[in-house]
Design a protein around this ligand. Structure first.
Ligand SMILES: [Zn+2]
Length: 260
């Protein structure tokens, strides 16, 4: 390992966070913790073959495209992380075992083994925190302006995990507050085309999640985490279909929650 803890990102590398449509006026704020699969040059390939670095273990395939289209359709800001979850997972509390994973599904990540505390801290400081500070700033800006904020956390999941095929097309996830998730799930079920997971294939918890517990629950914001199966949004036509559907159903679900 030749990891420099001081400057993980060179000046010509992508910023950790990108904001699309930053002045969007919608109550909705879209975020994607796993939108990109970049790896800082200073980390090389993390010892992971290229075929693995484009798989779901590295990022949420298709979700950046869905988010950009949805941001445009809703007139909402979309804050997304550009670096791979293999560098540091932006939906895990820093310091927890899966924050910087040594194995993902069946793939070892040699560049994440035996990291020094300084190297862990550099990844958190230069990738994790700028992303979450940007979300925090937008939420704080809205609070001070008396504007509502509804946090929509966008993810995608692999159709097959550890050899097991998953039956869901999409899913709603939540932790303590199931209200918006429940309404969106009912509306998706009413389309009669889909099998919708309810806190499946994953559930939101304080131990395994950061974005919903910290940004939405602590501020008592209306929110939902949406997971879409990756093969359904791998190309632009799929991304258009799912962003169009969510642009139609999310405002409806929110109106049911906050009448008037
Ligand atoms: Zn994800």
């Amino acid at each position: 390992m030749n990891e420099k803890s001081e400057n993980l990102l060179a000046g010509d590398e992508p910023a950790p966070v990108t904001v699309d449509n930053p002045d969007g006026q919608s109550p909705f704020l879209l975020v994607a913790d796993h939108a990109g699969n970049a790896i800082p040059r200073a980390l090389g390939t993390l010892g992971v073959a290229e075929a693995e670095r484009v798989r779901h273990i590295a990022w949420d395939i298709g979700i950046a495209g869905v988010g950009r289209l949805l941001a445009h359709a809703l007139d909402a800001p979309f804050i997304r992380q550009n670096y791979s979850r293999l560098v540091i997972d932006c939906n895990r509390p820093p310091g927890t075992p899966t924050s910087i994973a040594e194995i993902s599904e069946h793939t070892p990540i040699p560049g994440n083994v035996d990291l020094s505390e300084a190297n862990r801290e550099a990844r958190a400081r230069q990738i994790f925190w700028p992303y979450h500070e940007r979300i925090e700033a937008e939420l704080e800006r809205r609070r001070q302006a008396g504007r509502p904020a509804v946090l929509i956390s966008l993810h995608s999941f692999t159709p097959v995990f550890k050899g097991v095929a998953r039956p869901w097309h999409a899913a709603v996830l939540y932790n303590r507050d199931p209200r918006l998730a429940g309404r969106l799930k009912a509306l998706l079920n009413a389309e009669r085309e889909f099998t919708i997971g309810d806190n499946a294939p994953y559930a939101v918890t304080d131990a395994t999640d950061y974005t919903i517990p910290v940004h939405a629950e602590r501020r008592r914001l209306d929110h939902v985490l949406i997971e879409i199966r990756q093969d359904l949004i791998a190309d632009e036509s799929g991304q258009r279909a799912w962003s169009g559907r969510l642009a139609r159903l999310l405002p409806q679900a929110y109106r049911e929650l906050v009448p008037g």
